[in-house]
Design a protein around this ligand. Structure first.
Ligand SMILES: [Zn+2]
Length: 263
């Protein structure tokens, strides 16, 4: 499932290619029946929060959540747009550029009130660029109010928005925090460090499109198996202590960690 950095990259793409322009919106597959409500309107500014993408066309706003299978493809073209390939839920098109959306969990038209309501239910997003510190205070108080494990809380979009399975595992390893500790038992200092680390790592994901979490691997495009400390490395040697990386199912998601480093 795409993590928050992917959705922020898509918002950036929309802002570079479509913002300020009248966009033709269609549903080649026929399932986005509200496309006619927004087609021909001007895109204001695309906004991502966690895994949610909002495309405001004046009053109507398109909300998109990719879910597990959703995918975007962006394409330049010269005179005529290429025919849609596969099940395209929504096509966004201007004179020389198009974006096709396939397989999202949600693609719907909402209004500002509904968007505000949705945002109020989401936790702060480390990529939202909040410099007031309110976001991380909200994050800390939500975590410390819960007796669920920190591993579950980091994936809970109402606690913090945008973190998925990869960043969850890597952030906890980097902080040397045991993933099974309940949120309420973790100090503000440790949670501040995790938040700050997320605000440092996730923008690299937005910039490069890769979840790079190891220092020294921030240039070029390292192989998948070199990118992470623990994610998808069950049974392999821990890069720090040499012990074996563990994998356990937690809330039916695979959780990777090092028992020795994360006591
Ligand atoms: Zn280790």
């Amino acid at each position: 499932m795409p993590e928050g950095h992917t959705v922020h990259r898509i918002a950036n793409s929309f802002n570079q290619n479509f913002a300020g322009q009248k966009v033709r919106i269609s549903s080649p597959q026929g399932r986005f029946t509200d496309s006619s409500l927004v087609s021909g309107k001007r895109l204001v500014v695309a906004k991502a929060h966690g895994k949610q993408l909002f495309l405001p066309f004046g009053k109507p706003i398109i909300r998109i959540h990719l879910g597990i299978y959703g995918k975007w493809s962006f394409q330049d073209f010269k005179s005529e747009a290429p025919a849609p390939v596969g099940e395209v839920r929504a096509r966004f098109q201007i004179s020389n550029h198009l974006a096709d959306l396939r397989g999202p969990t949600v693609c719907e038209v909402i209004d500002q009130d509904e968007m505000n309501q949705l945002l109020s239910k989401l936790g702060p997003d480390p990529l939202a660029g909040d410099t007031t510190g309110q976001s991380f205070e909200k994050f800390i108080s939500k975590v410390q109010a819960s007796s669920r494990t920190i591993a579950e809380l980091l994936m809970n979009q109402s606690v913090v928005a945008g973190i998925g399975n990869v960043y969850r595992a890597e952030l906890l390893f980097r902080a040397k925090v045991n993933p099974f500790v309940p949120g309420k038992k973790i100090s503000g200092e440790v949670l501040t460090a995790i938040w700050e680390d997320a605000t440092k790592l996730m923008p690299i994901g937005v910039q490069t499109g890769m979840m790079l979490t190891r220092e020294g691997f921030l240039k070029g495009a390292p192989q998948l198996e070199d990118r992470y400390y623990v994610y998808k490395r069950a049974g392999e040697k821990c890069r720090e202590c040499g012990g074996k990386i563990s994998m356990e199912l937690l809330a039916s998601r695979k959780l990777y960690f090092c028992k020795r480093c994360q006591k």
